[in-house]
Write a protein that binds this ligand. Sequence first.
Ligand SMILES: Nc1ncnc2c1ncn2[C@@H]1O[C@H](COP(=O)(O)OP(=O)(O)OP(=O)(O)O)[C@@H](O)[C@H]1O
Length: 334
Amino acid sequence: MDPEIILHKPLKEIVIDNPIFTDFFHSFHIDAQEESKSFIELMDQMNEAFWEERACSRQELTTLFIEFINGICAADSQTKIENLDVLAGVNKLKEPEKCSLHLQTGEITCIVGPTGSGKSRLLADIEWLAQMDTPTQRKVLINGREANDDTAALFGGKLIAQITQNMNFVLDMDVENFLMLHAQSRFLPNAEQMVKEVISLANELSGEPFEKNTAVTFLSGGQSRALMIADVACIGQAPIVLIDEIENAGVNKKKALNLLVNKDKIVLMATHDPLLILLADKRVVIKNGGMEKVIKTNSLEKAYYKELEALDSTLQKTKDFFRVGNELQSGKEL
Ligand SMILES: Nc1ncnc2c1ncn2[C@@H]1O[C@H](COP(=O)(O)OP(=O)(O)OP(=O)(O)O)[C@@H](O)[C@H]1O
């Protein structure tokens, strides 16, 4: 964030990009949300009454604003997640794990392994910011440093978002109000616009569209997951997203992952789905509760993904054909 650029940017864009600036403008009674002038342009047109009311000079306010920008830059560099490491612990037999795991922002990593091998345990260790205090004795590092409650506190409870198969709502509220509540709790100045975007994205991800006034308790499993993914991507600011098996969730998996990765997050996903596995940048193989090896998706696998995608699309078309009550008559319908 360059102060020189911020000083010349329309105020309404500044607060959309970084809502925390709203506080600064608010304390000087400046309505930034509607202001298309830049800070410098605005200062140029202010009269004596403006400065008297605020008990400061143009020079003082500009200095304060630059200090505020620098403060945000310093906080940003502290709270920017670049990578996460899971240092090897032990498997279920208490033998040392064969490898550690390194995750980077903008990358998708899958966790693969047979049922019961320990995929969810690995996600739980990260969610827990394990420090050799779980059965696996793994240690989680964030940006190379031991993660603890203070690390989580730096993000105000927004460090990690989790999306699982068994997500149910118990809230008696419609989709729009639910999202609005979340957006407002994150102080997003463009909450209404963001809520609209989340609903439209969720409807793109889910096979069965829903309305903004649908009660969240009425959403199907797939619709809930689609809503959660769109919410995590757009409103939630967590830089680390853990996903436990979305393969049967009734969402457009590829779109969902692209959406999350475009927002520059670390995405780690336990899955049995070969499409998701090949869509990822790499995968960690779990055996007997231990990390066995990390495999980078190679070019052959990436090419094979295309073949698999064509098969998957045929399967999807077939599912859609039968689930709306069609029958095969001539054999040419599909
Ligand atoms: N290294 C370990 N040490 C001790 N217990 C472990 C270890 N890894 C996994 N476990 C335990 O093994 C059990 C099964 O693990 P988990 O539920 O993570 O498997 P999974 O691969 O997610 O299974 P599924 O594919 O069925 O969802 C859990 O009780 C988990 O706590």
